[in-house]
Write a protein that binds this ligand. Structure first.
Ligand SMILES: Nc1ncnc2c1ncn2[C@@H]1O[C@H](COP(=O)(O)OP(=O)(O)O)[C@@H](O)[C@H]1O
Ligand SMILES: [Mg+2]
Length: 247
């Protein structure tokens, strides 16, 4: 039997001596969309950062596996190359790099293919049309006055072009408006239309994202533990009763 696409097993994570994640277990199978929700301070950003390979956190126990390989200690770029997509935050070092040039570098790193600017532009144009993006976006500079929605467009465009097998989307950005949520949901739908095998883990505190994303599985994280897992009905219960019902 083939190993599951993406597995988080009994993950314990600490920062500055405090345990933040206290045994998180979650498996995303091929073609599945999972949403992980939780109130503020439950550990969502910590999980996203750890999956990104952030050195800020200490993994004290547990494993992260991708197609059966233990990737717990892999560098972020090695994860990316293997086919795990983690939406980047944009540090200052990308100042002055356009969206299209960043994608070109990222594609070269991920797949070892060097598309010409023209070839890549054509691929991007096609995706931008599908994602209902303004074509001038490709020539914008990363990080320069991007709104929440534009950051999300950029992420989704990366996901479409890089063709990962597993995408981890972190919706913790407090600047997210409803437009940005729709961009994410539509992007995931469009990419899955071509590649039904894509696995998605969307980490979010926005219940409204679930209305648009329609996840197959919903998990609720409270105080560093998953306290409930289920189908879309869990999101409805959450909407009706709030997190209190799960404590
Ligand atoms: N780098 C860090 N150092 C110390 N404590 C941290 C660090 N990052 C997060 N925490 C603490 O861990 C808990 C969970 O934070 P976080 O993962 O940001 O939650 P969420 O994203 O669900 O709101 C909070 O109590 C927070 O203060
Ligand atoms: Mg957070």
């Amino acid at each position: 039997m083939a190993a599951p696409l993406f597995e988080i097993e009994d993950l314990h994570v600490s920062a500055e001596g405090n345990e933040i994640l206290r045994g998180v277990t979650l498996t995303v199978g091929t073609g599945e969309v999972h949403a992980l929700m939780g109130p503020n301070g439950s550990g969502k950003s910590t999980l996203a950062n750890v999956l990104l390979g952030s050195p800020e956190y200490e993994i004290t126990a547990g494993t992260v596996r991708f197609k059966g390989d233990d990737i717990t200690d892999w560098d972020p770029d090695v994860r990316g190359k293997a086919g795990v997509f983690l939406a980047f935050q944009y540090p200052q070092e990308f100042a002055g790099v356009s969206v299209i040039n960043f994608l070109r570098q990222a594609l070269s790193a991920r797949k070892g293919i060097d598309l010409s600017v023209l070839e890549l532009r054509l691929a991007i144009m096609e995706w931008m049309e599908r994602l209902e993006m303004d074509p001038s976006f490709a020539d914008r500079y990363l990080n320069e006055g991007f709104s929440g929605g534009e950051k999300k467009r950029n992420e989704i465009l990366q996901m479409a072009i890089l063709e990962p097998e597993m995408a981890i989307l972190d919706e913790t950005d407090s600047g997210l408006d409803i437009d940005a949520l729709k961009v994410v949901a539509k992007g995931v739908q469009e990419v899955r239309r071509d590649r039904t095998e894509l696995g998605v883990l969307a980490i979010t505190h926005y219940q409204r994202l679930l209305d648009h994303l329609a996840p197959d599985h919903v998990h609720i994280l409270i105080e560093g533990r998953i306290v409930a897992s289920g189908g879309p009905e869990l999101a409805q219960r959450l909407e009706a009763e709030g997190y209190e019902a799960f404590k």
